[in-house]
Design a binder for this molecule. Structure first.
Ligand code: GLN
Length: 501
């Protein structure tokens, strides 16, 4: 087995046992990225100098006989939406293509304090707006399972890097599904923690009441370890919750007998119909496994969830229109010359933002405008409250809710780009949890025509532990997570021919 194929907990064993050095692991990951990048394009920027310097430091610590925390020396891919001091952070946008942050995001500092090694900054939809990573100003990412298909989005680069072994683990951000949906489409584990669990300081803001950072990993154990590093109160983020964080690794390996699972029928609806058989069949098989492990499953309904896409596409653009006002050519990044200051603002924003970002700014500005605020933004907030209440009622009865993470498997590149509404519907299964602030995890649960399918498990506020316990029990009895399909050189040849290079 190659070093790059290992999980973080497996690499940890080798590092602490002295069987391999951190430099060897890091070099293997960098070499793998070098080989796969022409196909996958998971990264906007690789950071070999930083990675190797950090790796050498870890090796010195090991040589001095120091003990290593669980993720010390582990190569990490970071979505390019998290600020890194002195290192360009683009957020997938031309408007930030030269932006060098003066500070590290809090979670970046925490990862460095743990001794993690930064492999690079991953590709993403511009300002995290999208479900396919095709909205990146730097070109799309390809799905390692089929390079003609999308990896999902907006954290498509982080999911693809993890799935293609170009990193041992990754961090993404999730505003409406951007960790879970790409994790599902790439066959890896992805979790959006409870809103407030993880600091957003230094995370470029898209929709502040929905955004949350979370892990994308090869298995549930790694997910628990990465949560241990990133969760916890941050005085620099007033929305981060100030309560003790459990040791998430303690949740692993416990049985799930008697676990009460609710299946909301709204999780299985897509475009007014049932989610397709390609996704339903593996989900049904997964639920059988939960039953065999002693869980009790019941169908239920959370009626307000049918309005989730409409609600989200008022609230998220409204917040985005306000958050993105700061990109004016004065304070950050790109500036287009203009005849006067207003002309400069206009040209900067026109040339700096891509089409989807402009669409969101217009939608959001409209929803917040004086005459329409009550009809759109306020109404959406009221529906959001109904969703929170529907979830509260459901969690009086059930420990977790389950359903698909994505209504379809990975779609073809270009298939939904001309139809924004079709793209927006890609997140129908994940959006409700952002609106309600709840934790949710996606775990690989099977395949359809060789493409991965993800099962989503949703939990009560701040109850990530039950999600991990359920996901881990499932993973132990299936092992779907350990299957990989890596792009081979014949794919590279086909891709190059198609591009006419
Ligand atoms: N696809 C959704 C959107 O475009 C969610 C994105 C996200 O979670 N960042 O807004």
């Amino acid at each position: 087995m190659e070093l790059t194929e290992l999980t973080a907990h497996e690499v940890h064993e080798l590092l602490t046992g002295g069987q391999v050095s951190c430099r060897e692991v890091t070099e293997a990951v960098l070499a793998r990225a070098e080989q796969v990048e022409p196909l996958a394009h998971s990264y906007i920027r690789l950071t070999p100098e930083i990675a190797l310097a950090q790796a050498d430091e870890i090796d010195q610590r090991l040589a001095r006989g120091e003990s290593l925390p669980p993720l010390g020396g582990i190569p990490l891919a970071l979505k390019d939406i998290m600020c890194t001091k002195g290192l360009i952070t683009t957020c997938g946008s031309k408007i930030l293509e030269d932006f060098i942050p003066p500070y590290d995001a809090t979670i970046v500092t925490r990862c460095y304090e743990q001794g993690m090694v930064l492999v690079g900054k991953t590709n993403m939809d511009e300002f995290a707006m999208g479900s396919s990573t095709e909205n990146s100003a730097f070109g799309p990412t390809h799905n390692p399972w089929d390079i003609e298909r999308v990896p999902g989005g907006s954290s498509g680069g982080s999911a693809s890097a993890t799935a293609a072994n170009e990193a041992i683990m990754a961090l993404g951000s999730d505003t409406g599904g951007s960790i879970r949906q790409p994790a599902a489409l790439c066959g890896v584990v992805g979790m959006k923690p409870t809103y407030g669990r993880v600091s957003r300081q230094g995370l470029v803001a898209f929709a502040s009441s929905l955004d949350q950072i979370g892990p994308i990993t090869k298995d549930v154990t790694d997910c628990a370890h990465l949560l241990n590093v990133i969760c916890g109160h941050d005085p620099l983020d007033s929305t981060s919750v100030d309560i003790p964080v459990p040791d998430f690794a303690q949740a692993l390996g416990k049985e799930i007998k008697g676990l009460k699972i609710g299946l909301p029928k709204e999780f299985f609806e897509y475009e007014g119909k049932e989610v397709g058989e390609e996704v339903q069949a593996p989900i049904r098989a997964a639920l059988k496994i939960f039953e065999s492990l002693g869980a009790e499953i019941e169908e239920t309904s959370l009626p307000s969830l049918s309005y989730c896409v409409a609600t989200y596409y008022l609230i998220a653009p409204a917040e985005a229109s306000s958050n993105l006002a700061r990109y004016d050519g004065v304070q950050y990044g790109f500036r287009a010359p203009g005849e006067d200051i207003v002309d400069m603002y206009r040209k900067t924003r026109d040339q700096g933002f891509g089409a989807e970002v402009k669409r969101r700014i217009m939608l959001g500005t409209y929803a917040l405008s004086a005459g329409y605020y009550d009809a759109y933004y306020q109404k959406a907030q009221q529906v959001r409250t109904l969703m929170v209440q529907d979830f509260q009622r459901a969690f009086e009865k059930y420990d977790v809710l389950m359903g698909p993470t994505s209504p379809t498997v990975a779609f073809r590149l270009g298939e939904r780009t001309a139809d924004p509404l079709a793209m927006y519907l890609s997140d129908v299964c994940t959006i409700p949890m952002n609106l309600a602030g709840l934790p949710a995890i996606s775990v690989p649960c099977g395949f359809s025509d060789g493409l991965p399918v993800g099962l989503q498990i949703v939990g009560r506020t701040l109850d990530e532990e039950t999600l991990l316990r359920a996901a881990h029990a499932f993973e132990q009895s299936t092992r779907f997570h350990s299957r990989r399909n890596l792009p081979a050189s014949k794919d590279a040849k086909a891709l190059v021919e198609r591009r006419g290079e």
